[in-house]
Design a protein around this ligand. Structure first.
Ligand code: 8OZ
Length: 360
């Protein structure tokens, strides 16, 4: 029997990968908050090293600025100390023969001043989402965000650009712009959060402008072959929706294609939930976008093998399965039993449920 293509090498933009199995970005809330949201503890390094048989690892979301942070103990990528912190992680992954890119992230309105050092959350428009934030003071409603001025938008674009530069300095192979799941980039794209009447709102072109400016800034800094974006056209997560997802994300996919970026990482359907949500044609996107199509959401071994074999997707990203199975690639190759993930330890400090899942 020939080895399924899922397990064979390919290129994702400029990045050569040993297989088409991608570790999805996973918020784990285990950075050193007291030291300034620093990654790079021995435990963090072990966690990534254990999973470095994935062809490509996408890091947990890393905020591009203090106000871009939405959860406790998530790492940043804006300070020199954070860049230093990432280095042992990227080094360990490379030493193990894998590749790693940084997911660069701004949460926009999905946060609370208790998480941002007191800074007020920002968004395209002053529309409060029905979302709670988990802070050191407990569960709190997120406030009505401050609508960014045009000058402030330009500053955020520059923060993403700096994050891309920092990512390469830290040893990452590239970046994934977090354009999914109701965070800042997605808040501009979808009309549920964007009611602006300037050049960043209203028409589809205007609503995609911020996303494309961020993409262009990252391309200018590190080259298109090292830039990708994660999109979730249909997810209701974080209280966000769009009235015409096919039209807006169709425009965006074509604009991204023209830019020649390395990949689009699609969350198909509702994040962590049903895949069969109507409203966007992923097969169309796969044809329209000539870069690498990374698929995510609820794939199992057979679905992943079939999707790559039939050319529906180029690579498959696994989240939960990688939390619980550090050696997921080997287990999928052998069709071995999988460990169950324990959701009660997804975001808790310490090694339990983080670095203690057994390998085969
Ligand atoms: C779950 C918990 C915290 C963050 C996302 C970064 O949805 C996240 C996230 C998910 O993309």
């Amino acid at each position: 029997m020939t080895t399924p293509q899922l397990f064979q090498p390919t290129r994702i933009g400029d990045i050569e990968v040993a297989n088409r199995i991608v570790m999805a970005p996973l918020t784990r809330c285990r950075a050193d908050e007291a030291q300034g949201d620093l990654p790079g503890s021995t435990m963090n390094v072990d966690y990534y090293r254990q999973r470095s048989t994935a062809g490509l690892i996408i890091s947990e979301g890393t905020q591009v600025s203090p106000v871009g942070k939405g959860y406790m103990a998530t790492p940043g990528i804006y300070s020199d100390a954070q860049v230093e912190g990432w280095k042992p992680i990227t080094q360990a992954v490379h030493d193990a023969g894998s590749k790693i890119i940084a997911q660069i992230w701004h949460v926009g309105r999905i946060t609370h001043p208790d998480l941002t050092g007191g800074a007020h959350p920002v968004a395209p428009s002053a529309i409060q989402p029905k979302v709670v934030a988990y802070t050191h003071n407990g569960k709190v409603d997120v406030p009505v965000p401050h609508a960014l001025s045009t000058a402030e938008i330009k500053d955020v674009v520059q923060q993403f650009r700096q994050a891309a530069a920092n990512a390469l300095r830290a040893g990452f192979d590239g970046v994934e712009i977090h354009g999914a799941n109701g965070y800042l980039v997605d808040q501009f794209i979808r009309d549920g959060a964007n009611q602006r009447s300037d050049e960043y709102g209203g028409s589809i072109e205007n609503r995609c402008r911020f996303a494309l400016e961020v993409v262009d800034a990252c391309i200018a800094e590190i080259g298109a072959g090292r830039v990708g974006i994660r999109l979730s056209p249909l997810t209701p997560f974080n209280d966000l929706a769009d009235s015409h997802p096919q039209a807006v994300f169709g425009y965006l996919v074509e604009a991204l294609n023209q830019r020649g970026i390395a990949f689009i990482h699609f969350i198909e359907g509702a994040t962590g939930g049903p895949r069969d949500v109507p409203g966007f044609d992923y097969a169309w996107a796969r044809q329209a976008f000539k870069g690498c199509y990374i698929a995510n959401n609820g794939y199992n071994r057979q679905m992943a093998i079939d999707a790559v074999e039939t050319g529906k997707v180029d690579a498959v990203a696994f989240g939960r399965l990688f939390i619980a199975n550090p050696d997921l690639v080997e287990r999928l190759k052998r069709d071995a039993a999988l460990n169950e993930a324990n959701p009660s330890t997804f975001y808790t400090p310490g090694p339990v449920g983080y670095t203690d899942y057994p390998a085969l």
